[in-house]
Design a protein around this ligand. Structure first.
Ligand code: GLU
Length: 295
């Protein structure tokens, strides 16, 4: 929480600096470059592992978000950018797969488990909270980041500062996401569901809903793009959303190998570089890799 308050302060500073300079982050200016993680030369893996299969195929399919600034957003050139994307590229690199051999597939909140189960993607890096319920269907490496649920409101809103304030009010969130369930079950909001978070922006702007709820870092990306229109309702988060890398249930060797890579990224600076090239443009404090959960 404290760490996020610091980050939120940085966000405010960054946002007001942009305003003061007459700059706008619109158009993908922030959270948008690549840290170009290294690509291993012919790495070798035990036969029959997913690592060996992917490495010999020389390509990988990764599910990510396409409309979330800072973590996963598709650029005009068709390539996604963001912290999740950099983590995906770094993992591919350890398999000897360069960024141009990654096939990016859009995964929205509600289709992630299915896409993994159906083999439509090899892994998912998409602001994907590790939960026990989801672990019945898929496995997770990580966590590689810990976010927390927050609320975003119109800039002129003065009535919503905490989750208790949305009781009986219309709040937009995404079907299949953890924040959508929490805001209804714990705080009694009237959910206006959407397929993606970007689809919630117009209803908020038009005051068809009073707030949007999801993870603080997703909302921070939207505020950064339109600081004159939106703000976070508060610095406080009210859940813990540990982000994991989704993969096929039961593939323990692959999960444990990805966990090893995440720990290596924290040690060799790949993690920090990935942050600084993307979300770190807005959220200045570089996070620590959370303790890996090798369940
Ligand atoms: N981290 C939350 C979740 O996995 C919200 C973000 C999202 O929907 O991707 O449900």
């Amino acid at each position: 929480m404290k760490a996020f308050m610091t980050r939120r302060k940085s966000l405010l500073i960054a946002a007001s600096a942009a305003v003061a300079l007459g700059l706008s982050a619109c158009g993908g200016g922030s959270g948008g470059s690549s840290s170009a993680p290294p690509v291993a030369e012919k790495p070798s893996f035990a036969a029959d592992t997913t690592m060996a299969k992917l490495a010999s195929a020389g390509k990988i399919t990764i599910g990510s978000k396409f409309d979330q600034p800072l973590f996963g957003q598709k650029g005009l050139d068709g390539k996604p950018v963001g912290f999740d994307v950099e983590i995906g590229k770094a993992i591919a690199g350890k398999l000897g797969i360069p960024a141009d051999k990654i096939e990016w597939v859009e995964t929205v909140s509600a289709n992630r488990e299915e896409f993994i189960k159906q083999g439509k993607v090899d892994i998912i890096v998409a602001t994907y909270t590790i939960t026990d319920k989801r672990k019945n269907e898929v496995d997770f490496a990580g966590p590689y980041y810990e976010a927390g649920q927050a609320l975003m409101v119109n800039k002129d809103n003065t009535t919503i500062t905490k989750p208790e304030d949305v009781k009986g009010k219309k709040v937009c969130s995404v079907t299949g996401s953890t924040p959508a369930s929490t805001i209804v079950e714990k705080y009694g909001a009237v959910l206006v569901p959407a397929a993606t978070y970007s689809a919630c922006l117009e209803p908020l702007r038009n005051k068809q809903v009073e707030a949007i709820t999801t993870d603080n870092v997703i909302l921070a990306g939207f505020v950064d793009k339109e600081p004159e229109a939106f703000k976070l309702a508060s610095d406080q988060t009210f859940t813990k959303e540990p982000y994991g890398i989704g993969l096929k249930k039961g593939d323990t060797a692959f999960r444990s190998w990805i966990n090893d890579q995440l720990e290596a990224f924290a040690k060799d600076g790949t993690y920090k570089k990935a942050w600084e090239a993307t979300a770190g443009k807005v959220i200045k404090t570089v996070p620590e890799l959370p303790a890996i959960n090798r369940y």
